[in-house]
Design a protein around this ligand. Structure first.
Ligand code: GAL
Length: 707
């Protein structure tokens, strides 16, 4: 760093840009950022309702040092503080003591911070969050660097005599390094970690509300299927009584792929509109796979060429979608060829390459784009631009979409996409689902294949209790009934998924309105005191020469909606420990009562994934339909009350497909069960006014009162 040009400064010009959100912009960072791409409108009303927040440090304790090429931000860090977030992380939950290199990477197999969706944002268990709005690769030293002026020299330990010596010694600083001459920085108040996450989401517009059908079961067919084969496979779901809402087509629907044309292969799909409408008649939505690299055979190749980058991928163009003209060409084609004929959404693949992995296929970092962006920036925000562009396309048709994306970044909570990966370690998949919730992201632990029937069941149980329940059979041709010996178990969970739609949909409505992630990591729960413990360090073994940094992080269990705690088992596991937060909990399957605030040990059979429900919870369940109800269609609701305590739940009531809810076309149905001292109970469901077309018909109560 050129010291002569650099200066450390402490800034007084922080501005409170929304209640509990402070911003500092200094120097000359690039104008292309996650926020410039998503251009989110803060939900000021919801932020105002959260009230003023406080921080555990003063803003003037944050230092910024910039020179012509790099900016370094220093932030205070306390001795026991834990840091979460940084996007879709697979390897760990608490990043304290680690350096996170936040580069987009399609094959993130090492614990470096690289991932499909790196988010330059962390949230601390002291109840605040820090966000750097940058399209550059930021590096976060999460207490992994120690400055001489920290005066921590008295912390030096003698490794020969002191077993508390650590490879990563105590640090009192987080340092964030951004390779550009300035920075746009935000600090979000808590007071709790969940509130800091909520403020981050709400400041970026809140969570998105998927269409109801998006919460049903998804199946992606093998990549070369014809229209007839797709329909035949879809109808097998119906004949077997396995619910399914979305059928995904993989690369073979394009007339050319790798690079792609976005045009239908007319041999396989002679009449695309008839095909899509025909699927619709049977209750299936069609989702199309695509990637961003445009084939020389595509009609839009010519118009896009001058608006594309200096390098190709698979000899296809890499369009610069930060340019409105490029977006117009893409969306014009997609609208007439797909959206207008009823296609429901996209799977945005391969927008996340990195050249330092198994295969090199992405454009280089030094690529140049007509907007002035370079390859580094374009890679960091490519997934985000594609998500935003396609989301806008469906919005202009007043249809909600729900799809898949393999790359993302910050400010993404309003985007109707769920992340996925070619990785397949089940344990990391569950950790990623937890971690996504700290950073305004959603993740699907998709199922593709399995080593055996046990692995199959364990994966299916988890995916059915995730943001997007999907079997991706693009390569393996699997189907839910692939392992005949366990078909009843798998079918049971797909049906449970269907029954849970009203519950999950209402959790998403809270994501939209209040920024509360529908699927959440345990540290975001209140009443988590004592839930984390340290593993014994194994310093000085050959394997762990610097000790094991491993800590029990509760990254193998999570909250699904407001009331359900899910604790998966992985293939080969016969029993496991589960931490139940403070309070009383009931086993979802047996009704057995457990005191929380401690670990319990369970050994369920293969037919069960452990799920616990809080005392007083009310779960609204619908019938096992073959697909989600459409607009104007009413379903009866069973209200399952667990335990002995009073409880309430809120049921979101709207058309389930359009954006009319943004204009007030929704109702919250307030469901309550009040239990008095004598144990007498009084149940109520708030009515809706005459003329309101409710999505729910009658309500029946089911009580699970087992002591
Ligand atoms: C991969 C993607 C898979 C599948 C495949 C088709 O990049 O992760 O899910 O879509 O492409 O070629």
């Amino acid at each position: 760093m050129g010291n002569s040009n650099s200066h450390t400064s402490v800034h007084a010009d922080w501005k409170e840009v929304a209640p509990g959100v402070w911003k500092l912009r200094t120097g000359a960072p690039s104008e292309v950022t996650p926020a410039s791409i998503v251009s989110p409108a803060a939900n000021v009303e919801a932020l105002t309702q959260m009230g003023v927040g406080s921080l555990p440090f003063r803003l003037d304790e944050i230092g910024v040092r910039a020179d012509k090429v790099r900016t370094v931000v220093t932030l205070p860090l306390q001795r026991e503080e834990r840091l979460y977030g940084m996007g879709l992380q697979f390897m760990r939950m608490n990043h304290r003591g680690r350096t996170r290199f936040l580069r987009v990477n399609s094959d993130p197999k090492q614990d470096t911070g690289e991932t499909h969706a790196p988010v330059p944002w962390y949230v601390s268990d002291l109840g605040y969050g820090v966000f750097v709005n940058t399209s550059r690769i930021a590096t976060f030293y999460c207490g992994s660097s120690v400055r001489t002026d920290s005066n921590l020299h008295h912390e030096a330990k003698d490794r020969n005599r002191d077993s508390s010596w650590k490879a990563t010694p105590l640090s009192d600083t987080v340092e964030v390094v951004v390779p550009e001459p300035g920075v746009e920085l935000y600090v979000f108040a808590g007071p709790t970690m969940l509130e800091a996450v909520r403020r981050y989401n709400l400041f970026h517009g809140g969570g998105f509300l998927p269409p109801k059908w998006g919460l049903g079961f998804w199946h992606r067919v093998p990549k070369s299927y014809t229209a007839d084969e797709v329909l035949a496979e879809a109808l097998e779901f119906r004949s077997r009584g396995v619910p399914c809402d979305v059928i995904g087509l993989e690369p073979g629907w394009h007339s050319r792929s790798y690079p792609v044309t976005y045009e239908w292969d007319r041999d396989k799909f002679p009449d695309p509109e008839r095909f899509v409408r025909g699927m619709e008649e049977h209750g299936f939505r069609v989702n199309l796979w695509e990637h961003p690299y445009v084939s020389p055979d595509a009609e839009i190749y010519g118009p896009l060429k001058p608006l594309s980058g200096s390098h190709t991928v698979w000899h296809g163009l890499v369009p610069d979608y930060t340019l409105p003209e490029a977006r117009q060409i893409y969306t014009g084609q997609h609208q007439t060829e797909h959206v207008d004929i009823g296609v429901s959404g996209y799977k945005l693949d391969e927008c996340d390459g990195s050249e330092l992995t198994r295969n090199s296929w992405i454009f280089p970092q030094h690529a140049e784009f007509p907007s002035g962006c370079d390859g580094e920036q374009m890679r960091q925000v490519y997934g985000l631009s594609l998500q935003k562009m396609t989301a806008d396309l469906f919005r202009s048709a007043d249809r909600r979409t729900y799809g898949l994306a393999r790359a993302s970044n910050a400010c993404a909570s309003t985007l109707p996409y769920v992340l996925y990966s070619d990785l397949y370690d089940h344990r990391s998949f569950v950790r990623a689902m937890c971690n996504a919730s700290f950073s305004g992201l959603l993740w699907t632990p998709e199922v593709r294949k399995a080593d055996n029937a046990e692995d199959w069941v364990r994966r299916m149980q988890v995916v059915c209790l995730s943001p997007l329940a999907m079997l991706n059979a693009w390569a393996d041709g699997t189907k839910p009934w692939s392992f005949a010996e366990v078909e009843p178990i798998v079918t049971k969970y797909i049906r449970l998924r269907m029954r849970l739609i009203p519950y999950l949909y209402s959790a998403f409505a809270r994501y939209y309105e209040e920024g509360i992630p529908p699927v959440r990591a345990m540290p975001l729960e209140e009443a988590m005191a004592g839930g984390q413990e340290k593993d014994g360090s194994r310093l000085d073994s050959t394997e762990f020469a610097y000790g094991s940094a491993a800590e029990s992080e509760l990254d193998d269990q999570y909250m699904f909606g407001d009331s359900m705690l899910v604790a998966p088992l992985f293939a080969g596991q016969r029993s496991r420990r589960i931490y139940l937060p403070e309070g009383v909990w009931y086993d979802f399957d047996t009704g057995e009562r457990h005191e929380g605030g401690c670990y319990i040990e369970v050994s369920p059979g293969l037919e069960i994934i452990p799920v616990y429900v809080r005392d007083g919870s009310i779960l609204p369940l619908m019938p096992e339909l073959s697909h989600a109800p459409g607009p104007g269609e009413q379903v009866p609701i069973e209200l399952h009350h667990y335990g002995t305590a009073s409880g309430a739940c809120r049921l979101y009531d709207d058309d389930g497909v359009s954006f009319a809810y943004e204009q007030g076309e929704y109702r919250w149905r307030e469901v309550a069960l009040r239990v008095d001292q004598e144990g007498r109970s009084e149940a109520s469901v708030s009515p809706v006014e005459e003329g309101w077309s409710s999505a729910y018909s009658d309500f029946t109560w089911v009580f699970h009162h087992l002591e």
